[in-house]
Design a protein. Structure first.
Length: 324
């Protein structure tokens, strides 16, 4: 018989294997201690820190919202003074009102930037819980109707109406090019933000021009209002149409008041801004409505409107789906 020649692992190799295994275990322990470091996880942890179960309206919220402690808000954060970024922070009328509502609800309202014409799709896909973005409450949006095609594209939304505004026109200062209201826009060029009431109104007015045998309005639609303002500032168009608070703010601050002027008198199509909540979310909708009502009652609502010089847009009653 021959002798056994079975090999035994070298001592050095054995020690390296043990050390490597220990390192893996240690790494796992560190990761476990640190927790999930994704943006979403960090947002959840921050929301939990500010969650206040003793807030006046916390118990009105759906259980899943209570548990996570926040709502994702879809918003076009390029619409001064309603919502915009300054030094990395989201500011404006809507964020300030949302902060007042947060105190009553005991949860955070996190603003997420998007172009205005994608917000309804974001609600449908559940990317956002609600939309708060100077969005005019209309029957078409309530019913999920595409304003361009007239076709139903979704279930629609419920609106909590919180401001009452209209649409205004402005031109270069001292260079109106004959524009003095919507009736004088036939054959002229106008810039608007895509998917807004101003965009719809411009298309309607252009059709009226053609019906009366005049040249249509040349409409340039942009992703945000800032781009429309730039187009006017460089004389690429004759006028811009925006919601009254935005138009008034642009006229006041652009070029220290030297760039633009309002034309056409009082705003047209006065209508409510609404917080959009997907259909079927009645408990969330009613909790948000109660938060706006409580903010009005304790005057935090009035303070926000005074701060941004839009107190004339205050609503006397918080209605559901009050738009037409």
């Amino acid at each position: 018989m021959t002798a056994s020649t079975t090999r035994r692992p070298a001592a050095g190799r054995h020690r390296k294997a043990v050390a490597a295994a220990a390192a893996v275990v240690a790494s796992l322990m560190v990761l476990s201690a640190c927790g999930d470091q994704t943006d979403a996880a960090i947002a959840r942890r921050e929301a939990q820190k500010s969650r206040n179960v003793h807030a006046p309206l916390f118990k009105l919220l759906p259980k899943d919202v209570q548990d996570k402690g926040f709502l994702q808000v879809g918003s076009d954060i390029t619409y001064k003074p309603v919502e915009f970024r300054s030094n990395g922070l989201v500011k404006g009328i809507d964020p300030d009102l949302a902060a007042a509502m947060s105190k009553e609800l005991g949860i955070k309202l996190n603003f997420n930037n998007a172009t205005f014409d994608t917000l309804m799709g974001g609600l449908k896909s559940k990317r956002y819980d609600i939309a708060m973005s100077a969005m005019t409450d209309t029957k078409e949006r309530q019913e999920g109707i595409d304003s361009n095609t007239g076709k139903k594209i979704g279930q629609g939304v419920d609106f909590i109406d919180y401001l009452n505004v209209g649409v205004s026109l402005y031109t270069q200062k001292g260079k109106t090019n004959g524009v003095d209201g919507w009736e004088t826009l036939c054959g002229k060029k106008i810039a608007v933000q895509r998917g807004t009431v101003s965009h719809d109104l411009a298309k309607d007015k252009s059709k009226a021009c053609q019906k009366n045998g005049e040249e249509p309005i040349s409409i340039e639609a942009f992703d945000n209002d800032s781009e429309a303002q730039t187009r006017l500032r460089t004389a690429g168009v004759d006028a811009v149409s925006s919601d009254y608070p935005v138009a008034a703010y642009a006229v006041k601050v652009s070029g220290h008041g030297k760039d633009f002027q309002m034309v056409g008198g009082a705003p047209l199509k006065a209508a409510p801004y609404g917080i959009a909540v997907p259909k079927g979310q009645e408990k969330l909708r009613d909790a948000l409505k109660a938060a706006v009502e409580l903010a009005i009652k304790n005057r935090s609502y009035a303070k926000v409107l005074d701060k941004w010089d839009v107190k004339d847009a205050a609503v006397k009653e918080v209605k559901l789906n009050g738009g037409s």
